[in-house]
Design a protein around this ligand. Structure first.
Ligand code: HEC
Length: 130
C-alpha cells in the first residue's frame, strides 16, 4: 500500500517541479522592448555595463545621462554640437530615434525608426537598464 502511494506521488511532484520551472523561465523572458532593442540597436550599441565600445556608445543607463558623455567614445563633432549639455529624456530619445539626422545633422548614427510603437517599446526598455 505504502509503495503504491509513493509511486503515485512521484509524477505529481514532478509536475509541480516542472510548473515551478516554467514560472521561473517566464519571469526572465524578454520584454517586447528588449527584443526590439536586440533587433534594432544591439549591432551597434552594447548595453551591458563595462562592455567594450561598439560602433556606437554603450547605452547602459543612457536615459537621464547627459548626451555625449560615454568615456572613450569618439562622438562626431555634429553630435556634440547639436546635443552638448542636453540630457537624454524619453522625449528627446523619441525624436532622436525617429530621425537622428534631424536632431544632429551629420551624426554618425545611421538608423531611423518611423514606427512610434517600436520607439516607445525600446525607450521603455532603455529606462529599465541602469
Ligand atoms: C548602424 C549603427 C547604429 C544603430 C543600428 C543604432 N545606433 Fe545609436 N549611435 C550610433 C553611433 C555611431 C552613434 C554616435 C553618433 C555620433 O557620434 O554622431 C550613436 C549614438 C546614439 C546615442 C547617443 C548616446 C550618448 O552617449 O549620448 C543614443 C542614445 C543612441 N545612439 C541610441 C540608439 C538606439 C536606442 C538604437 C536602436 C533603436 C540605435 N541607437 C541604433 C550607431 C547606431
Amino acid at each position: 500500500m505504502t509503495s503504491a502511494w509513493t509511486q503515485a506521488s512521484v509524477p505529481a511532484m514532478l509536475a509541480a517541479a516542472l510548473a515551478l520551472g516554467a514560472a521561473a523561465v517566464s519571469a526572465h523572458a524578454e520584454s517586447a522592448g528588449e527584443k526590439l532593442y536586440k533587433q534594432n540597436c544591439a549591432a551597434c550599441h552594447a548595453i551591458q555595463k563595462d562592455a567594450p565600445i561598439g560602433m556606437g556608445p554603450n547605452l547602459a543607463g543612457v536615459i537621464g545621462r547627459e548626451a555625449g558623455k560615454m568615456e572613450g567614445f569618439p562622438y562626431s563633432d555634429e553630435f556634440k554640437g547639436a546635443l552638448a549639455g542636453q540630457k537624454w529624456t524619453a522625449e528627446l530619445m523619441d525624436k532622436w530615434l525617429e530621425q537622428p539626422q534631424k536632431v544632429a545633422k551629420g551624426t554618425y548614427m545611421m538608423y531611423q525608426q518611423s514606427d512610434p510603437a517600436v520607439r516607445q517599446a525600446i525607450i521603455e526598455y532603455l529606462q529599465t537598464v541602469k
